[in-house]
Ligand binder design. Sequence first.
Ligand code: SF4
Length: 429
Amino acid sequence: MQDTVCCGCSVVCDDVAAKVTKTGIQSLGLCALGHAYYSSIRSQTRLKKAQMKAKSTSAKTIPFKKAYEEASSILSSSQRPLLIGWSNSPIEVSHLGLKLAKSLKGVYDSTASFEYGQLRQHKLVGGETGTVNLEDIRNLADFIVYWGVNPAESHHRHASRYTVFPTGEKIPEGRESRTVAVLDIRQTESMRLANHQLILEFKNGDEQFLTTLLTEIKGTTGTPPVKVGGIPAIEFLSFAKQIQEANYIAIFYGNGLLHSPHASKTLPLLSKVARVLNKKSRPCVTLPMVAYCNSIGVVTASQTDTKIPYSVDFNRQPPRPYKSVFKGLIANEFDAALIVGWDPLSMLPAPIARALEKIPLITLSTHPSLTTRESTVVIPTAVTGVETTGVVYRMDGSAVPVQPITKPPANIPTEVQVLEQLASWLAVL
Ligand code: SF4
């Protein structure tokens, strides 16, 4: 069994081990999601050969050389290519993608712009300091909040490694030394862990709860209404009292808050709550529960190379922030797309997915997906962290080097190798 780093989600567990056997994968410490991630290298459906397809025809297998030739032909004849994805790949892939986008005068964007891009303006990545560390949270946080996220199903080991169960420097009893609150609009599996199980009203429960919490911790409220965002006042007051008595608060929030119709109001409110608690000497950090193993790294790469965190338009020099890839797609501004390690057609809202589907797509992927099915060129790639080397940035922004434990089958290239080949065919970089 070999020590390894799991890239199955943004927790990026580095305390696990795995071994590839003739019949499958043996693992130690991996959660079910992680084990499935490693096992995917042996999946019967794994992409092993490059494919090409014209519109409305079925895909045919082609040699890798032909795939590079076709892909580079599409990209070189494009007036405005979109290069998108990147969050499931090591940061080296993002840097290459940025260089390629620059050479092609295209637009580079990542899943981070949809996942959590707008949060930086609200100082909601790490709170006031902009930095946060999962080890500090394990050692210090005695009040944990999960808001609009269900880690028991999405980030299996988050609670056991960092937030709920482990002991820490100031957390001598582990679970007994922490208070845990889970807020959502429905009962979730994660609520089983919680002292405060708070089911908010769907309509604007988040906003009401945060507004009242803010006035409460500012000490300017009278008696709260009978219900606060759908929560009985007695439960709300118990939460408000305990969060103000905590020594260190960590708030993790997910799509339930990020993508709610009221996000433009709730995100600044959450930021204010954290700020007021910090001012009252109650350290409070906030962190989005991003999905992918390198959701944070793609922003780091883009910020480092262009000083723009996401959505970078290389059509002019110096590059500028691009208005919105969603709007650009709807306005038919792109005439080709290179998609790296992502399945946008099954994830984006239908009108945007339909707009994307209309243009020639070149997709780098490990397994078949709705996007590979509709792509003009598909190039199979090695699985991040299991078969490739590189660095990924876990959800708190810590850089974690990853090393392969096995080689990909059938000479499948890494994403870095594919991008280098494309650059060579395009005679750029
Ligand atoms: S929590 Fe995430 S990183 Fe950790 S083992 Fe599970 S899938 Fe892998």
